[in-house]
Design a binder for this molecule. Sequence first.
Ligand code: ADQ
Length: 467
Amino acid sequence: MERSALTENSRLVVISNRVAVPKARGAAGAQGGLAGALNAALKERSGLWFGWSGEEVAEHTGEIETQTTEGVTIATMDLSKRDIDEYYNGYANSTLWPLFHYRLDLVEYERETAKGYERVNERFAEAVAPMIEPDDNIWVHDYHLMPLGERLRSHGIDNRIGFFLHIPWPPTRLYVSLPYHERLVRTLLSYDVVGFQTEEWLESFVHYCETELGAEVDKKTGKIRLDGREAIARAYPIGIDWDHFSALGNTGEARQAAQRLLSSTRRRIAMIGVDRLDYSKGLPERIDGIGRFFDRHPERARDLVFIQIAPPSREDVESYQEIREQLEQKCGEINGARSEVDIVPIRYVNRGYSHAELFGFFRAAKIGLVTPLRDGMNLVAKEYIAAQDPEDPGVLILSQFAGAAIQLCDAVMVNPHSPDDIAHAIQVALDMPLDERKRRYEKMVKTVRDDNLQAWTANFLRDLAAT
Ligand code: ADQ
């Protein structure tokens, strides 16, 4: 008892590919959900956050820059061009990301990038190991750093180390297409706790451990035993920082953003999509669905406008350049066919906004379209719900393949691959009476408020401290 109480108060060390360096605040949104998600947890526990600075240097030096703000120490390291190419653009974002999002067609297998991935994980371990104190609880994040726990152990770190995967875990039949797939899972089993967003991804991981490695699994407790080691694997669905996000609604910035959107759309109904420009988010498929809706109801181009906010990400990876071109072309085709001098049915915006502005946009939009082809969780769906007016809430249209679909089952669910399904869902949302909108909203907002970011962090760290 005493020991676990001690560890719950221990310093928290978070290690992730990127950190939210305070000066780069505006960039945090476009970096993805991870950045915003962790700052709060660290503030509570006077933590240390280590990651890549995002800077490129000619040669790796191992030099570490630190700064402490509001009790949180941020430590960063630069990487060489070769390291960035092989580890970040290469193995993480051209092999693991597409594979884990079920996109075998986009996966690149290169021995060199796999080696670069291992090399950079070792660089992270070399840099972090000297900063670890005996009582620290270490929390490693995401697919960039799967082998890091094992690397830290090889540097003599025997602290509690947990790992959380923010993206899906693919089914075994897909996963085994990765060369050396066994090695990666074995490295994950050197953590004390391995966390997934949903039961579905957890089950896929456990299935692999059982059928391919012959590990002993206790499904009740999540214990996985292999070669004398024991790890716990569980699902911890991530949430939003409810208190922080909902408070943004009272800011002038949020109100002005909502007003701006309403006055620019005049009496038209606004639908909104907000996503990093990524092929997993189903953006071209979403535009096809909207195109199908306008084909069926051409007159509605006069009273419905779709706003897609999609800041570019990972622009050095070819598949990301292609998705951008594809999206521009599809939006252009619909606007070319359906615009009038005073009407443009689709507004496509290629930049990031602050969370307060996004709150305002979400509140002003009567329909939120969140239609990823595959997504670990999807925080935009939860933010859209959190931003609604309880007296007149908008309708969330949600992909059945987002991790969030399990919790937000009162959304209008769609198959994001089907333009007919999306077109139909838009019609359902437009026709939905106020009492049904309220009924669905009330159920979903309860989940978003209760299963929030703080609950997620507390659940994970409690399990880690108890190991
Ligand atoms: P992402 O793939 O980045 O995250 P998501 O969960 O939707 O996806 O988080 C995106 C975050 O970025 C949201 O907070 C959103 O508001 C913000 N954002 C998006 N577009 C923006 C814009 N134009 N301007 C400003 N901010 C913007 C990964 C996984 C997800 C998982 C999260 C968290 O892919 O499945 O939910 O991590 O674990």
